[in-house]
Design a protein. Structure first.
Ligand code: ADP
Length: 483
């Protein structure tokens, strides 16, 4: 069962539930209709017997007309029982008959007469009996028949005499109604499985249609995993149901995956490219030097070149490692309420110690400004920006590190009067490994600013650069301030 498709399983479960519901409904209906039908028959039986009571009177011989079209006369005691021809003796399965007190039938119908050798009356309730495998309900009713006397014979007064102890017996067979129910059951047994089968087929088709988009997702996922083609996407229509939602999420996930995959590939390619330059310089220098015997100054020159390139490689590998670590950990850095004024002052003070190119560093910080940030990352950002100002500064130049509050933000500016950045380069300096031609000779890796940008983004801030070639540059970082 577990290996079957969801479509098959839903159809099967649904059919099973439907079957159980149908069987239970059928049994309940069958049971209820049996009770209702029997009740109706019994009411009908009693109604017919009760109605017949008024159809019988006793008349004396003198009162009996010679002929009558509407009444039947049966001799009884010293007169006649006058029975209206409306007397209901048989309607469908219900029969009724009139009896003497001793049990002999006077008039009417009783299909069981020959089986009931001794007819005893007594019960006034409906009772049941089984004859030849058939069930019958029987209702006996004792009655007193009024005696009709003419005015003359009663000498002007009407006497209320009665003929007592006659009985009317009503009988109804239950078999017919049971047969009808059995017939309905037989038809149901034929129709219900047919209907179920039809419903199952319909359901199978409907589920198939509903699951078509899921199938598409499955096929696309398969194609992607087989061919490693991250460019493929699932076609999603205008629908807004759960499956389309899932397909959109799947496409979104593929977008991010593709982007991450491309970034990764680009990084590896850029990194190899960057490392190739110092490696080939080292190799060429070593091979050239080893070609023949060299003088000591020549060896020293060669070793200096190799040393410089090794340092460059070392710096590159260090930055690359830092960058990758930061990229991987980007959503797991803990942020806390941080005194950015203190952090800027401390970092800038430490960097004055560099004293490179006799550059003068001025720190102008508004105190007690707070941000939600990570101290390690923000120190890294400050270090990269200030060391760039030194690196691309001029001899005896100046660098200003300023921090102030602007509305709901803090603005950090690092201003230098160094070599500056051309308009074209200003858009590219935040890309990984990018170095402007003017700065290629200066030792750097091209990763510092891309790291700075990433740190600023992690702190929900912005970074801008304003610069003019040979005049200097200003880097501005804006971070949301905490009260
Ligand atoms: P690098 O290690 O080369 O300094 P960065 O990412 O820090 O790498 O900087 C990228 C490029 O941006 C540098 O190579 C340089 O051309 C330019 N740059 C960065 N800061 C400055 C600055 N203060 N003045 C002039 N150019 C700068």
């Amino acid at each position: 069962m577990k290996n079957r498709s969801i479509r098959f399983r839903i159809t099967l479960w649904f059919a099973l539930l439907l079957l159980i519901t149908a069987v239970l409904t059928f049994l309940a209906v069958r049971f209820a209709s049996g009770i209702v039908l029997r009740g109706t028959l019994r009411n009908y039986l009693m109604g017919m017997v009760e109605e017949n009571i008024d159809k019988i009177v006793f008349v004396s011989a003198e009162e009996k007309p010679e002929t009558s079209l509407s009444n039947i006369y049966i001799e009884y005691e010293n007169g006649f029982l006058e029975i209206d021809d409306d007397f209901l003796d048989k309607i469908n399965d219900v029969s009724a008959a009139l009896y003497r007190p001793d049990g002999t039938m006077l008039y009417g119908e009783n299909p069981l007469e020959k089986y009931m050798s001794e007819t005893t009356f007594g019960s006034t309730k409906i009772w049941s009996t089984e004859i030849n495998g058939e069930n019958y309900d029987i209702y006996d009713r004792q009655l007193s028949v009024p005696v009709i006397q003419s005015n003359e014979s009663a000498e002007g007064t009407e006497k209320n005499t009665e003929v007592k102890n006659l009985w009317i017996r009503g009988i109804v067979s239950r078999s017919n109604s049971v047969n009808q129910l059995n017939e309905i059951s037989r038809i149901s047994f034929l129709v219900i499985p047919g209907l179920l089968l039809l419903l199952m087929m319909l359901l199978y088709v409907i589920i198939g249609r509903l699951m078509a988009p899921l199938k598409k997702i499955e096929v696309t996922a398969e194609q992607i995993s087989e061919g490693y083609d991250l460019k493929r996407r699932i076609e999603v229509g205008d629908n807004n149901d759960e499956v389309s939602h899932l397909a959109r999420m799947f496409n979104g996930m593929l977008d991010r995956l593709e982007k991450a995959f491309n970034t990764e590939r680009q990084f590896t390619s850029d990194a190899s490219h960057e490392l190739r330059t110092p490696t080939s310089v080292i190799m060429t220098q070593a091979e050239y030097t080893l070609e023949k015997e060299r003088t000591i100054p020549e060896y020293i020159d060669a070793m200096e070149v190799i040393n410089k390139q090794s340092h460059r490689m070392n710096a590159l590998l260090g930055d690359m490692l830092d960058y990758t670590r930061m990229d991987q950990k980007s959503d797991r850095y803990e942020m806390e309420k941080l005194d950015i004024s203190r952090l800027v002052t401390e970092t800038a003070d430490q960097m004055t110690l560099l004293g490179e190119k006799n550059i003068h560093l001025t720190v102008d910080v508004e105190p007690w400004l707070k941000v939600n940030g990570n101290e390690v990352l923000l120190t890294r950002m400050l270090h990269n920006l200030i060391s760039n100002a030194y690196r691309y500064g001029v001899q005896d130049g100046s660098v200003v590190v300023r921090l102030k509050r602007i509305d709901e933000n803090v603005e950090l500016s690092i201003v230098d009067d160094g070599i500056g950045i051309s308009k074209d380069d200003q858009d590219k300096i935040f890309d990984r490994f990018y170095q402007s031609d003017a700065s290629r000779s200066i030792q750097g890796t091209g990763l510092g600013l891309s790291m700075v940008k990433k740190i600023v983004e992690l702190h929900h801030g912005e970074i801008h650069v304003e610069s003019e070639e040979k005049k200097g540059s200003t880097f501005k970082v804006i971070l949301p301030m905490l009260q």
